[in-house]
Design a protein around this ligand. Structure first.
Ligand SMILES: NC(=O)c1ccc[n+]([C@@H]2O[C@H](COP(=O)([O-])OP(=O)(O)OC[C@H]3O[C@@H](n4cnc5c(N)ncnc54)[C@H](O)[C@@H]3O)[C@@H](O)[C@H]2O)c1
Length: 314
């Protein structure tokens, strides 16, 4: 069996941020409609280094498994925090169809969901973007928001060079934390080991994309700040057990009825933003359906001859 292997750069060449946004939006709608399915993510702790995640999804005649890390100490070793492999299979025969670099797919789909949520939940006149955390996923979040028509923005990171490089790439500006959190749309993409948003940062009409805290024990906002927002998430089961909402749910400050799923908003089944003055918060924990949406777009690009892949014989 000859299996195409799509490397990091080929994934990014195959799918633009604009296409990733459309595909991820469509994936949320199909999942919400029950056409795509997704068992819960499995966490495999590898203490004290980090954790592995196994993420399956099925839909559109394809099945996917992503095997990916979150190893926070890796940058100090010169390795990425997030890396791994995606296997795409035929959902009818089980035949493996493609291997893809999971780092590139994850970066693209994570940035894309921020743009999807922003279009669904931010005020119509929201434009300025604050990026808090300008590492790999912060950068792709900024690129996707720019591709969706937002900006200019302000990039903040304690690593000034990372903020400056991202700002220069996008034609935005590097600034302090307060400059970034004063924007219309604030995207937090930090490791989630310390809080970056408190109640004092909330301003009427803002929209928050909380992307960095994607697992148990992580949070980028205080429980008080979370409790003061109109709340939305990618998927309740996952979001209530790890990430921004988990602490507030455990403390009894937030219940299921207060949190809307993005797919339901996109389908028009539940309201999005309650009004122009509300502060909306979207909690992203990262779903395998997002990976499936982008991976199937990569496969289409490869089949159309738009992108090269190496092959391996199994
Ligand atoms: N929601 C999702 O779907 C999803 C997907 C992938 C990764 N993640 C999570 O996103 C987080 C970031 O991942 P990454 O790969 O971009 O990591 P990274 O190490 O490349 O970037 C993190 C950045 O945050 C900065 N930072 C640290 N503390 C900060 C603070 N207090 N204020 C502002 N910036 C700060 C760091 O200097 C660094 O530049 C991780 O927790 C990861 O698990 C979430």
């Amino acid at each position: 069996m000859e299996l195409p292997v799509v490397d990091h750069d080929a994934v990014l060449a195959a799918v633009s941020p604009a296409e990733a946004i459309e595909r991820v939006r469509d994936g949320f709608l199909r999942f919400h409609a029950g056409e795509w399915s997704m068992p819960s993510k499995v966490y495999l702790q590898s203490a004290p280094h980090g954790d592995f995640r196994a993420m399956p999804a099925l839909g559109g005649e394809l099945a996917l498994l992503k095997w990916i890390t979150s190893f926070p100490a890796n940058p100090a070793r010169g390795l990425p925090t997030v890396m791994g492999i995606i296997c795409l299979s035929d959902a009818h025969t089980g035949e493996p169809l493609m291997l893809l670099d999971a780092r590139a797919v994850t970066a693209l789909r994570t940035g894309a969901v921020a743009a999807v949520a922003t279009r669904a939940l931010a005020r119509d006149d929201a434009r300025s973007v604050g990026i808090v955390g300008c590492g790999l996923h912060g950068a792709w979040t900024a690129r996707c928001l720019k591709a969706a028509g937002y900006g200019p923005g302000i990039c903040f990171d304690p690593r000034h060079d990372a903020a400056a490089a991202l700002a220069a790439e996008l034609g935005w500006r590097a600034g302090g934390r307060e400059d970034a959190t004063r924007c219309d749309i604030v995207c937090c993409v930090t490791p989630g080991s310390e809080v970056v948003i408190d109640s004092g940062d909330l301003r009427a009409g803002m929209h928050l994309n909380m992307l960095g805290a994607d697992g148990p024990g992580k949070a980028e906002a205080t429980i008080a700040a979370v409790g003061a927002c109109a709340l939305f998430c990618d998927e309740w089961e996952q979001a209530s057990h790890g990430g921004e909402l988990a602490g507030a749910v455990a403390a009894g400050a937030v219940s299921r009825a207060q949190v809307g799923e993005l797919g339901a908003v996109l389908a028009g089944e539940i309201p999005g933003r309650p009004g122009p003055e509300a502060v909306t918060l979207f909690d992203s924990t990262g779903l395998a359906i997002q990976d499936l949406a982008v991976a199937s777009a990569v496969r289409e690009a490869w089949r159309a001859g738009a992108v090269e892949a190496q092959t391996v014989r199994l």
